[in-house]
Design a protein around this ligand. Structure first.
Ligand code: GLV
Ligand code: MN
Ligand code: MN
Length: 396
């Protein structure tokens, strides 16, 4: 499975993955998923929101056990964030068949669409639509960097955008969703464990800062005559770091766009996207308010206008204790339980159905980078743990 996925959407220069929603690379990932489902004789379907499903047993019977993750990536993402959960789902099913497991509940494997939000700016679009946390009207407004709207992109990829929207009947058929994911930190490396269970996801969100200044000549405009939005942006980045440090939170400007983007012109507009996360919502509010205040103060001084738009927000997620405890019991009761600052479809779905997550050790903790890594033995331990969990939940 890894050999087939290896070249898909891989950038030759960086070695990272560029698998963005509804692109050719995404279509290749989807074709791979469909082929894996077909090779195992599973019932394949795409739901109204473009998420892929592969069923063993009757999809309509109810109380299904579902496992999976996503195949899309951030810009120059690693091989494991997302695909490890999908590959492990198929491998766990193979393992269970090898064990001769008798299923008493339907089992489904999934690939949720557009988890990273790399193209349209909003993460977990597939699961948010399904759970009713994103309305079709709001989804229709999403645009990529080239101005292509989400419905246009879906249509071009052969998916009917008129169909998107909440899918409560589908969710009602699911008794438990378990997502396996590469750890995006070093907690398991430090504790010496191969596999962990998720406790909670930090609240997090994305804010767009638009700094409007005045374009002018870099060689002739006196410093005191400039209204340079890059300056205000730079001061805001430093303020973000300070606010996050003081609060024990995280704040990152990882994406920027500049107009007109000429080396010898003062910019007219700098747009920066803030990603901020904290252990609790009031800390996150304090951090973002502090960054906004600093941006306003510097903007005033620099003769720049600043506008801040919250593009997305995900509240704190505490995974259901009963399912979490059940996983730990199935796995022998000594599995470390850890929180994470990373968002996941399992977090979105936890508002509608019982969900849980398994993490697989990442020896460097690096993620959202081509250097992301998990060792083969740890990946195998993850597959076996997932197989044990599915067997414990769905078999007699
Ligand atoms: C998804 O990986 C996120 O946390 O941004
Ligand atoms: Mn990710
Ligand atoms: Mn992920």
């Amino acid at each position: 499975m890894w050999r087939d996925l290896l070249p898909v959407g891989r950038h030759a220069g960086s070695g990272g993955y560029r698998r963005y929603a509804w692109t050719a690379a995404d279509a290749d990932c989807r074709a791979w998923f469909k082929a894996q489902a077909g090779a195992r004789g599973l019932t394949y379907e795409v739901d109204r929101n473009g998420n892929q499903w592969a069923w063993l047993g009757d999809p309509l019977a109810g109380n299904a056990v579902v496992t999976g993750s996503h195949l899309d990536s951030v810009p120059d993402g690693g091989a494991f964030d997302g695909p490890l959960g999908v590959v492990s789902s198929f491998a766990a099913l193979d393992e269970l068949r090898h064990r001769g497991a008798q299923f008493t509940r339907p089992l489904a494997l999934t690939n949720f669409g557009d988890e990273e939000g790399a193209r349209f700016g909003l993460a977990c679009v597939g699961s948010r639509l399904t759970a009713g946390q994103l309305t079709p009207e709001k989804a229709y407004e999403l645009r990529d960097g080239d101005g292509v709207s989400l419905p246009q992109a879906m249509e071009r990829a052969g998916h009917d955008p008129a169909a998107i929207g909440p899918d409560p009947e589908r969710l009602a058929r699911i008794g438990a969703f378990v997502e396996l994911h590469v750890e995006q930190g070093r907690a398991l490396d430090l504790s010496g464990d191969r596999v962990g269970i998720a406790s909670a996801i930090w609240p997090h969100g994305r804010w767009r800062f638009d700094f409007h200044g005045e374009a002018n000549h870099a060689g002739t405009t006196r410093l005191e005559d400039r209204r340079d939005p890059m300056l205000t942006y730079a001061e805001t980045v430093i303020a973000a770091r300070r606010e996050a440090r003081l609060a024990g939170a995280l704040a990152t400007f990882g994406k920027i766009s500049v107009e007109p983007n000429g080396v010898n012109a003062i910019p007219s507009l700098v747009r920066g996207w803030l990603d901020s996360r904290a252990a609790d919502e009031s800390t996150l509010d304090t951090v973002v308010a502090g960054i906004e205040k600093a941006a306003m103060e510097h903007a005033e001084r620099d003769g720049v206008d600043v506008r801040v738009t919250r593009e997305s927000f995900t509240p704190v997620i505490e995974f259901e204790h009963a399912l979490r405890d059940e996983l730990n019991r199935i796995l022998g009761g000594r599995i470390p339980v850890l929180g994470t600052g990373a968002g996941h479809d399992a977090g979105i779905l936890s508002g509608s159905i019982p969900t849980a997550m398994l993490f697989v050790r990442n020896p460097t903790g690096v993620s959202h980078s081509p250097a992301e890594f998990a060792g083969e033995d740890d990946c195998v331990a993850g597959v076996l743990a997932l197989a044990d969990v599915l067997e414990g939940l769905a078999c007699r």
